[in-house]
Design a protein around this ligand. Structure first.
Ligand code: NOJ
Length: 531
């Protein structure tokens, strides 16, 4: 299969890599403040200096060139451009930084794909208005977006309004694991998401009416979604629960954007539960009919961030006012198969077939939109200082293969973005989880970068524009690991720790072994969500 015009890339985000948190007039973001509070982040790490990306534009563009990427995905820090969040003061030094990055990329024929909001809200807007709990964010965000279109839009043709708004809403306003750290259970996430969807639509319309004619670019959004597979495929309740899982995740945002309103199942479940709690209205806000038509169709392309899959089974949760939450509203339980590889982050199991199913779901639910995979990759634990990341190669090989199958199925995938270019600040996990193709030595002030074996592998995928045949791909994998063991001098002094973790807590069979499932006693528990 030849992939015409397919774009291969890698990604990063501002707070996770730039560092320079208080340099050259940058304002504070909610992540600066949150990470400085004790006990919020693993080892009390912060993004203060991170990869020092702010000072290493040339170096990083060289790495991107080395990989021969077609595109590079990065995000713009709102408080670096507008320190107070509101447009009356623009920080020209911040503009210069992104100018330089964009120019270097274009000189090297690399397409910039730019995210406007990868979670770093100006702190002032949080303090003054309550951040995404407040409808006024819609206009503030629109002003920021227009500034970006004005200053960078001649050169940037791919824009994404938000990255993974699910995380912003749930982890920022419901569980409090992410900035701003609020725990407004059962309402906070829905309210934040409601304003984010409106803000997305407003920015799309601004671009459409004011900039598209001159700049001829595209505006999309990057949504995340795990795939949910029924535990028992012959049980209607499990099938519905799995569908609900995906609708409460990806559908929460995609359905309004493509069809104008929240998924029916969310309206039904949250509405009914709110009613049982004695509330006069649903905890899920509603769109007016005017808003519905304004929001519907505001997506030139859909970004998909995908890492993992869960088995899903039906589980009734009583509607109790004090404990109702986004999670209990769904009436389901998430399970994993302990045989799934799990090299790094606790939540990230390698389940490649889920990727193909998710992509096909997007095709069938939203009218086969143009898709860019905006994030896909795997982490390792901090102590694994080995550059021979064989398991990451395996992950990429398997997931890219499933994406190629989805393209054969007719899914309109136009680009793939490996997550991530560099090891970086992994939110509440600090530096303890490394997603990079390049290893970053955070102990060294200069933050040097070193290629892991996966760089060699991914380079070959890109230069062949996909997979020629299985034997060849297996060869790439072998060669990549060979070169890495001979060049792996840098970290030779460090103790080599196994990257594999024993998974003992959960025992769940796959669908193929359903018969075992029926006789087995297995332990279920809700997994804490992180991505
Ligand atoms: C999704 C987030 O967008 C990204 O910033 C993060 O690094 C990955 N998940 C991995 O957790």
């Amino acid at each position: 299969m030849y992939l015409l015009g397919f774009s291969w890339g890698a990604g990063s985000s501002a707070y996770q890599t730039e560092g320079a948190w208080d340099k050259d007039g940058k304002g504070l973001s909610i992540w600066d403040v949150f990470s400085h509070k004790k006990g919020k982040i693993q080892q009390n790490d912060t993004g203060d200096s991170s990869c020092e990306g702010y000072h290493k534009v040339k170096d990083d563009v060289s790495l991107i060139k080395e990989l021969k990427l077609n595109h590079y995905r990065f995000s713009i820090s709102w408080p670096r451009l507008i320190p107070t969040g509101i447009k009356y003061h623009i920080n020209e030094k911040g503009i210069q930084y992104y100018d330089e990055l964009i120019d270097h990329l274009l000189e090297s024929k690399i397409t910039p794909i730019v995210t406007l909001y990868h979670w770093d809200l100006p702190q002032v807007l949080q303090e003054k208005y309550g951040g995404w709990q407040n409808i006024s964010m819609v206009n503030h965000f629109n002003e920021f977006a227009n500034l970006c279109f004005e200053r960078f839009g001649k050169r940037v043709k791919y824009w994404m309004t938000f990255n993974n708004p699910w995380s912003v809403a749930v982890e920022g306003y419901e569980t409090g694991e992410h900035a701003p750290g609020l725990r407004l259970k059962g309402t906070g996430a829905y309210r934040a998401a409601h304003h984010i969807i409106k803000a997305h639509a407003k920015v799309w319309h601004s671009y459409d009416t004011q900039w598209r004619g001159k700049q001829k670019g595209l505006v999309g959004i990057s949504l995340s979604g795990d795939w949910g597979e029924p535990v028992d495929i012959s049980n209607q309740k499990d099938i519905e629960a799995a569908e609900r899982y995906v609708q409460f995740y990806l559908g929460w945002f995609a359905t309004p954007i493509f069809h104008g309103d929240y998924p029916q199942v969310m309206k039904d479940f949250i509405g009914r539960k709110s009613n049982q709690q004695g509330l006069g209205t649903s905890r899920l806000p509603t769109f007016s009919s005017q808003e519905k038509s304004y929001i519907k169709g505001t997506c030139d392309f859909l970004g998909i961030g995908h890492f993992t899959t869960r088995y899903i089974t039906q589980k009734n949760n009583p509607s109790v006012r004090s404990s109702s939450s986004y999670f209990t509203d769904r009436d389901l339980a998430e399970l994993v198969d302990p045989r799934w590889p799990d090299p790094g982050s606790e939540w990230l199991y390698s389940v490649p077939w889920g990727f193909r199913r998710l992509l096909n779901f997007v095709k069938s639910q939203y009218g086969n939109p143009m898709i860019y995979v905006t994030e896909n990759g795997v982490s390792e634990k901090m102590l694994c200082t080995e550059l021979c990341d064989d398991w990451r190669i395996q992950y990429y090989k398997d997931y890219i293969n499933e994406m190629l199958k989805a393209i054969k199925d007719g899914v309109n995938v136009k680009g793939y973005t490996a997550w991530s270019l560099l090891d970086k600040f992994e939110w509440d996990e600090g530096y303890s989880e490394r997603f990079g193709l390049y290893y970053v030595d955070f102990r060294n002030k200069n933050k040097p970068r070193y290629p892991k074996a996966s760089v060699q592998f991914y380079k070959r995928v890109i230069s062949s524009n996909g997979f020629p045949n299985q034997r060849e791909v297996e060869n790439w994998r072998r060669k990549a690991v060979e070169t890495c063991s001979s060049s792996n001098q840098l970290l030779a002094a460090d103790p080599l720790t196994s990257h594999m973790e024993m998974v003992t807590e959960i025992v769940v069979p796959t669908v193929c072994t359903l018969s075992i499932l029926l006789s087995a006693v297995f332990l279920m528990f809700l997994l804490r969500r992180r991505n």
